[in-house]
Write a protein that binds this ligand. Sequence first.
Ligand SMILES: [Zn+2]
Length: 137
Amino acid sequence: MPRYDPLSPAQRSERMSRILNADTKPEMIVRRLVHGMGYRYALHVKALPGNPDLVFRPRSKVIFVHGCFWHQHRCRQYRMPKTKHLFWEPKLAKNKARDGRNQRELRRLGWRTLTIWECQLKTGTVLKSRIKRFLGT
Ligand SMILES: [Zn+2]
């Protein structure tokens, strides 16, 4: 008997995109940190490739906050679910390819990019000085 799935494919993909685009916790942590350091930014600028999470217009710089799973960071936190491997792998590979394209496109347009990974949020002061180095004073 086929497994019962209460969601239609359209509903499922709508739910997925909501999860992917939500103000995720790692992003909130970075926002608070950056704001607390005195920098001001715009959020999710749709006109820019990849909708960067934090946009520093006068500096022509953007910060992406990436979840290790969704964006395929090869770190300890990154784990491909064993059972749903065939389901996830193409989707996640697509995410990663798209990230690369967006960042190249941003650079081409004169933007500098910094990617902060979920697993780097715990590094506290190291992360802070990375952000400061990137954004300048
Ligand atoms: Zn990671």
